[in-house]
Design a protein around this ligand. Structure first.
Ligand SMILES: [Zn+2]
Ligand SMILES: [Zn+2]
Length: 403
């Protein structure tokens, strides 16, 4: 009998504890289910179990919530489903927490020669990359794990983190503070690092120093990209948005946008401003698309200069029905690049450096993007209603709170 089982019997605790979590039960129906009867996950040999202190909600979670009306996400969530059909999973993939338990292969004794401050142990404050790469394919073997052909995303294909606890392979865990030290950043911001990583990865894919940049979409990622572009030395930043513009443009201007454009009634003002300011070429050097809105693709290729770069992170709900590739890309000599997730683990290392530096005011900026209050898992209906109405841009659940 294992010692943990003996200990559990002695303390009369149930052998497998259950937990509260948000589950996607039926892909054909909108909504999530709050469950309290799901067994807490047990770490396998190379995994750690993390108690989730804070977990944030993003556009992907919104699509999963509304999966009844989104064929794209239904298809994605069934990507690895066998003949037995879809099995409900715990949703959520952006989080931070404290290591509760380590698998046998993650014990301190296995790495006697590694310095203490680099080794994961029970009680450490951590976050994690939730894209699990296969380690076998050509992309994994050539430093491109972020586009592994067999990637599985926790919270999309496997159980995620809208839950009391989650298990993650130790290789995917990012140490934020030893022994629960939260001085680097508080949990409600630690939960946003997955999203922040998308923005860091995107901006790093173009050298923006001295360049003009247009950021399409002033949601959380567009706003993060705005301050990153300014910090990384962009000469001029155009920012567009079609909804909730007062709040978003106020932040955008504070974060470094040179000009903000309400494109809800069309993009002519944006086009005219680009013509006026980009006098030595026929457009902006770098376009960063973060909205996924069909009209943004027209804007992106209309305003990019010949020989410019278009970085695509936003995800369209439906395939684009028409795209004039000859005029948009070929004859303009444009470089187009899709951005998925975060580079493993270059992006995370960059984020940690930015966070440790006091030059970027990151904690203050990130906390302005997040909602004014955090939610318990019990309040998930209210939280998702705020996100779909647009009354909040980014929200955090605290799974350890609430009855
Ligand atoms: Zn996300
Ligand atoms: Zn792979």
């Amino acid at each position: 009998m294992s010692t943990s089982v003996t200990a559990a019997i002695k303390s009369q605790e149930p052998l497998t504890k259950s937990m509260k979590c948000l589950v996607k039960e039926d892909l054909d129906k909108d909504g999530l289910s709050l469950r309290t009867d799901i067994a807490q996950p047990e770490p396998k040999y190379d995994e750690v179990k993390i108690k989730v202190l804070a977990t944030s909600v993003c556009g992907t979670d919104k699509s999963i919530f509304n999966s009844g009306s989104s064929e794209g996400i239904r298809k994605e969530m069934k990507r690895y489903v066998g003949p037995e059909g879809y099995k409900p999973i715990v949703v959520g993939h952006e989080f931070c927490g404290v290591i509760e338990e380590t698998g046998q292969g993650v014990k301190r004794d296995n790495w006697k020669d590694v310095p203490d401050h680099l080794v994961l142990e029970k009680g450490d404050y951590v976050t994690a990359e939730m894209h699990l790469s296969c380690g076998h394919c050509m992309l994994c073997k050539t430093g491109n794990e972020h586009i592994c052909m067999n990637v599985k995303v926790k919270g999309v294909h496997l159980d995620g983190c809208f839950a009391h606890s989650v298990v993650v392979p130790y290789k995917n865990v990012i140490l934020l503070g030893k022994n629960g030290d939260q001085s680097l950043l508080p949990p409600r911001l630690g939960a946003m690092l997955d999203a922040f990583g998308n923005a860091v990865h995107t901006v790093q894919e173009a050298d923006v120093r001295g360049k003009s940049v247009a950021i399409l979409g002033a949601g959380p990622l567009g706003l993060m990209a705005t301050f990153l572009c300014r910090d990384f030395g962009a000469s001029r930043i155009y920012l567009t948005e079609a909804a909730d513009i007062d709040r978003r443009f106020k932040l955008g201007q504070e974060f470094g946008a040179s000009e903000c454009f309400d494109i809800s009634k069309g993009s002519d003002v944006l086009y005219r401003s680009v013509e006026k300011h980009e006098i030595s070429s026929n457009g902006v050097d770098v376009v960063i698309e973060m909205s996924g809105s069909p009209s943004a693709y027209t804007d992106a290729f209309r305003i990019v200069r010949n020989g410019g770069i278009v970085l695509l992170l936003g995800i369209t709900r439906k395939p684009l029905s028409e795209f004039d590739i000859a005029n948009a890309v070929i004859w303009k000599g444009v470089t187009v690049k899709g951005i998925f997730g975060r580079k493993m683990f270059d992006t995370w290392e960059t984020m940690l450096r930015l966070l440790r530096s006091d030059r970027f005011d990151l904690k203050n900026r990130l906390s302005q993007i997040i909602g004014s209050r955090d939610y318990t898992l019990n309040e998930y209906q209210e939280a998702f209603a705020h996100l779909s109405k647009g009354t909040e841009m980014k929200l955090v659940f605290e799974p350890q709170k609430g009855v």
